[in-house]
Write a protein that binds this ligand. Structure first.
Ligand SMILES: O=C(O)CCC(=O)C(=O)O
Ligand SMILES: [Fe+2]
Length: 439
């Protein structure tokens, strides 16, 4: 057998054209599997051993960083404080807040999205309900008739509540487009043998997450030629299921201008209005980072983001739903005509490792621990950098999101039963991001 990681093209004249093609493909795959990015992904993904966390950047707890890491962290001066722009959403980290019963005070250390009093408009709820309804597309659309009135999560809650009050209740089924269509499964079975595991975003759900992951970059191109991406590759998708079962397979929802993962472009005729509250939240963040500065070692100031907030509009976005085994492989978000507007991305629920590199998968990488409430603004070179999410950590969701002791209180004060949200978010990470597409 030829050495597959060899650099030069494989010259084996005794191989047929087809064999040569296969060998070349294997060589490319081996090369791709050997990039710095892949090595780091393997390190963080592994559950067989504890990943090496020594070079992980901890923004929330600076004391957890090594000396070397601390040198990499440069404070950015923001012209405006977020909590001054949106007091409903953000808490001033310097102020002590009363707890729910007003008996004692507790300090809220992190400024973002932690206002447990307003669960009814908490982003966890918005990303699972309000912003995630039809006609916004999800990864399940190629397989199911998703024209349902509620979001999948809302339907799951309705069904669960009905099942408690009425044991006879039968949750409605969401129709599989491939039901009784054995032929498509057989066909797709043959294509899965070609499946390249570099395409998989989720070890537990082969089939659907590939599409999302094929967003940009080499993996996507390679997979598109090898896989029938809209064919179900798993018998599960041949059957209709209720919302609770499908929820386990929900990986993303696109918002605003709908992104077409096959053409790698936005479908210009599928513009769904972006919710005002989402736009306002993102606009405030853009406002707050306009004119953000760092101070260089020699004392000079340097502006790190000069994108004029008055030009900013949220035109598209993705809500990603990660289970504890989900991963998102290295990619670059480069389908937007406007690459100058910062890409804003907000994390909720379980923590993750976010890997960010440069303009190739071989460059230096920075692993960052992202926690619930963290906001990432990708501007300048980081806007076009490779990035991915190789690991979600169990037991890492902040307790205020999962604490259901005050369930009764939640229902009274917020007209929302937080228990289903708490069950979901304790085992998932949600990331939602916003993009300006046009100049
Ligand atoms: O989950 C994240 O933090 C990143 C998501 C992402 O890169 C994307 O949706 O393009
Ligand atoms: Fe991305």
């Amino acid at each position: 057998m030829p050495e597959l990681i060899a650099n030069g093209p494989i010259k084996q004249t005794n191989l047929s054209k087809r064999q040569q093609k296969i060998a070349e493909r294997q060589r490319q795959m081996a090369k791709q599997n050997n990039t710095n990015f892949r090595k780091a992904e393997r390190n963080f993904k592994s559950k067989a051993f504890l990943p090496d966390m020594s070079n992980v950047i901890h923004f929330s707890q600076l004391e957890k960083n090594s000396e070397t890491n601390l040198l990499k962290i440069i404070p950015v001066q923001l012209p405006v404080n977020l909590w001054e722009l949106d007091r409903d959403m953000f808490e001033d980290p310097n102020c002590n807040l009363s707890d729910k019963n007003n008996e004692n005070t507790k300090e809220i250390h992190k400024p973002f999205l932690q206002k447990a009093y307003t669960l009814s408009d908490h982003p966890v709820k918005k990303t699972l309900c309000d912003w995630a309804c039809f006609p916004n597309k999800t990864n399940l659309d190629p397989f199911y008739n998703m024209e349902i009135q509620n979001s999948l999560f809302e339907q799951h809650v309705i069904d669960s509540e009905n099942q408690i009050t009425n044991p006879e209740y039968k949750a409605p089924l969401i129709k599989s487009l491939f039901e009784n269509d054995e032929s498509s499964f057989k066909e797709s079975k043959s294509t899965t043998t070609k499946k390249d595991d570099t395409c998989t975003t989720d070890n537990t759900n082969s089939g659907i997450t590939d599409i999302k992951n094929l967003e940009t970059g080499e993996n996507r191109t390679k997979c598109q030629t090898n896989l029938a991406v809209t064919q179900p590759k798993n018998e599960f998708y041949l059957q209709s299921h209720n919302a609770s079962d499908l929820l386990d397979h929900l990986r993303w929802t696109t918002i605003g201008n709908q992104y077409n993962w096959t053409t790698k472009a936005y479908d210009i005729d599928k513009n769904i209005p972006v919710h005002d509250d989402l736009s306002l939240l993102m606009k405030n963040i853009i406002k707050c980072i306009y004119g953000a500065k760092i101070t260089n070692e020699n004392g000079t100031e340097q502006t790190v983001n000069a994108y004029d907030f008055s030009k900013y509009v949220v035109q598209a976005g993705v809500i990603n739903y990660y289970g504890l085994d989900s991963t998102l492989l290295a990619h670059v978000d480069k389908s937007e005509e406007n690459m100058d507007a910062p890409l804003i991305s907000i994390s909720l629920g379980c923590s993750c490792i976010y890997l960010v590199g440069g303009d190739s998968k071989q460059g230096n990488l920075t692993p960052i621990l992202l926690n619930s409430g963290d906001i990432m603004a990708s501007c300048g070179p980081s806007r076009t950098a490779y990035h991915g999410v190789p690991r979600i950590f169990d037991n890492s969701c902040p307790s205020f999101l999962t604490d259901i002791e005050n369930e009764e209180l939640d229902i009274q004060q917020n007209q929302v039963n937080w228990k289903p949200f708490s069950d979901y978010i304790s085992k998932h990470r949600i990331n939602f991001n916003a993009r300006q597409c046009t100049l």
